[in-house]
Design a protein around this ligand. Structure first.
Ligand code: NAP
Length: 235
């Protein structure tokens, strides 16, 4: 996204290519310059372009933290990933598969093939299939909230976990945990994510690339965009 302009005891050097996430209370990413704590940045290897770099922190860190820090995923467990063709869901699907989980993705009917292409073993069409037919899973990763989140608690086996990024949980699995969280930047995790992009284990999910002048329109699309919207601050 950016190169380093100032430094101290940051572990970064001036002119170094970096990527990362501003703290949620700060924002400011849609600008030519942004003040950002060095701890929120990681080096971006020279063979990863800035567009790909920009697409990684938000969904990549959210997926990583939801699965491993909050969801405590274990190899061999089953994960139901809502919105699995979307930005966060596609990262969740790929990371969970790599970790040895059995992954069931959900979404709209049109997203079936995309979800399977990201590595889900099964697809549940939320518009036509019965979510309740899914057998007991260990972990639900919810990006949708509302009624879908509430109904999801019922498909979690006793002792399992509901992780949601769509606001406070409104239901809790039997004898289990319901957790919501807000993503935070983490240099080590950014390094894990970009390493996987470089060696092909992780694929980014970009739906639209727009200029800064077109940012407002890009964030208010008139037709459905599947995947992330990336704003190029400099042409
Ligand atoms: N708490 C955090 O730290 C955190 C971090 C990142 C994101 N978020 C939030 O998490 C949410 C998801 O982010 P994202 O970037 O992954 O969004 P996204 O790329 O739009 O992905 C969401 C996916 O879920 C699908 N979906 C939504 N409602 C659905 C429904 N009722 N039935 C079937 N499919 C449905 C969407 O399809 P359509 O596009 O057709 O609706 C899309 O494929 C957003 O609300 C975002 O603000 C929170």
């Amino acid at each position: 996204m950016v190169t380093v302009l100032g430094y101290g005891t940051t572990g970064l050097s001036v002119g170094q290519r970096v990527f990362g996430l501003t703290d949620s209370y700060r924002g400011g990413g849609l600008a030519e310059y942004v003040a950002i704590e060095a701890r929120n940045l990681a080096p971006l290897p020279g063979d990863v372009d800035f567009t790909v770099g920009a697409s990684l922190p938000m969904p990549g860190l959210t997926a990583w933290q939801g699965l491993f820090d909050h969801g405590r995923l274990q190899a061999g467990q089953s994960v139901l990933v809502h919105g699995a063709a979307g930005s966060v869901g596609s990262m969740v699907t790929q990371l969970a598969r790599e970790f040895g989980a059995y992954v069931i993705g959900t979404g709209r009917a049109v997203d079936r093939q995309k979800t399977l292409d990201f590595g889900a073993m099964e697809f549940v069409d939320l518009e036509n299939d019965a979510l309740e037919d899914v057998g007991g899973v260990d972990l639900v990763f919810d990006v949708i909230g509302g009624d879908i989140q509430k109904r999801s608690a019922g498909v979690i086996r006793a002792g399992g976990t509901l992780v949601t990024i769509a606001g406070p949980p409104e239901a809790r699995p039997v004898d289990g945990l319901a957790i919501d969280f807000v993503v935070m930047s983490d240099r080590a995790q950014l390094g894990e994510i970009v390493r996987r992009v470089r060696d092909g284990r992780l694929r980014t999910n970009i739906g639209n690339i727009a200029t800064l002048d077109d940012a407002v329109a890009a964030f208010n699309p008139t037709e459905r965009i599947s995947g992330q919207t990336i704003i190029r601050v400099r042409p």
